[in-house]
Design a protein. Structure first.
Length: 282
C-alpha cells in the first residue's frame, strides 16, 4: 500500500452565489434600515460589495451572513456603509452654489444654518461652508449641519482630509484660502482649514426615521442625489419630514435627476431643482 497522505484542514469554501431569496432578504433589510429600495438589477452590485466582507469575516455564504446580521448590531453599521452609495465631489452641480451665494449675500447679518442632508464624505458640506465664508466671512453667524446614515463617510468628512486629486474640482482662490497642502508623510493629501471645519457639525441620521422636531430649523437644505434611491411613498415622506425643518421662505436644493411637483408640497420653483418653501405653508 502507498503512503497515506497527511490530512490537511479543508480550506473554508466561500460561495459568491446569491439566490433570489437571499437577495430579497438583503433588499428587505436595506429597505427597513435605510429606506433605500434595491431593484433586482442591483443583485450583481450587492454581490460585489458584500463578497469581500464575507471573506474578511470568514463567513462562507450570504445565507450565513444574513443570520450574522440578525445577531451583530455592529455589523449592521458596516452593512449599511457597504450598501449605501457615496459618490460626491466638491462644487458638484455648480449652479446650485451660484444661487446659494446670491441668496446668502443678502442675509449675511442674519444667523444662517444650512443642512447638508446626505453629506457622504463631506465635499458638499465644505463647499457650502466655503461659499458662505466667501460671501459672509468665516466669523459670521452661520453654520452647516452635515448628516448621513453611514458612519464611515461621516468620519472622513469630519476629518476634512482628501486626496490632492480632488483639488481640480475646487476654484483656485477657494483652494488657496480654505485648504492646507500636506507635506512629509501627508504628501498627496490636502485638508480643510480648521476655521472652516469648526463651522460644520457632523451627525448620523436616517432620513426615513428622524424626528423633525429634534433637528432644529434650517434656512436652506441640500437634499441632493438621495431621493432617487427611495420608492415614491418613501420619497414623499422624506420630503415632508425635511420640509418640516425648513423655515418659511427657506431654500431646498435637489439633485439634477430629482424633481418635485410644487403642487404636491408647499414649494415654489426658483430654478431647475431649486425650490423655496411657501410662506404660511405650515
Amino acid at each position: 500500500m502507498g503512503r497515506e497522505q497527511e490530512s490537511k484542514p479543508a480550506a473554508l469554501f466561500f460561495s459568491t452565489s446569491l439566490s433570489d431569496a437571499e437577495f430579497a432578504a438583503i433588499a428587505k433589510r436595506v429597505r427597513e434600515w435605510t429606506g433605500i429600495s434595491l431593484s433586482p438589477e442591483k443583485k450583481a452590485l450587492v454581490v460585489s460589495r458584500l463578497s469581500r466582507r464575507l471573506r474578511e469575516l470568514g463567513i462562507p455564504s450570504f445565507r450565513t451572513y444574513l443570520q450574522h446580521l440578525d445577531t451583530d448590531a455592529d455589523e449592521v453599521d458596516r452593512f449599511i456603509d457597504l450598501m449605501t452609495t457615496n459618490e460626491t465631489h466638491f462644487f458638484r452641480e455648480g449652479h446650485h452654489f451660484q444661487i446659494l451665494a446670491g441668496w446668502a449675500r443678502e442675509r449675511c447679518r442674519e444667523p444662517l444654518t444650512i443642512w447638508s442632508a446626505a453629506a457622504s464624505t463631506g465635499e458638499e458640506a465644505y463647499t457650502i461652508a466655503m461659499v458662505l465664508a466667501e460671501e459672509c466671512g468665516v466669523t459670521a453667524p452661520w453654520s452647516v449641519v452635515a448628516t448621513d446614515i453611514a458612519l464611515k463617510v461621516l468620519a472622513i468628512g469630519e476629518r476634512g482630509r482628501y486626496p490632492i486629486e480632488r483639488a481640480k474640482e475646487i476654484p483656485p482662490h477657494y483652494l488657496k484660502r480654505y485648504f492646507l497642502r500636506g507635506v512629509g508623510n501627508q504628501t498627496g493629501w490636502m485638508r480643510v482649514v480648521e476655521a472652516l471645519r469648526q463651522k460644520v457639525r457632523w451627525q448620523r441620521l436616517n432620513l426615513v426615521e428622524f424626528d423633525p422636531q429634534r433637528m432644529g430649523r434650517f434656512d436652506a437644505v441640500f437634499l441632493r442625489n438621495v431621493l432617487i434611491y427611495f420608492d415614491p411613498p418613501t420619497k414623499a415622506e422624506v420630503v415632508r419630514r425635511v420640509l418640516t425643518t425648513l423655515k418659511e421662505g427657506g431654500m431646498l436644493f435637489l439633485g439634477h435627476a430629482e424633481t418635485l411637483t410644487p403642487g404636491d408640497f408647499p414649494l415654489q420653483s426658483v430654478a431647475p431643482t431649486v425650490y423655496r418653501k411657501c410662506l404660511s405653508a405650515e
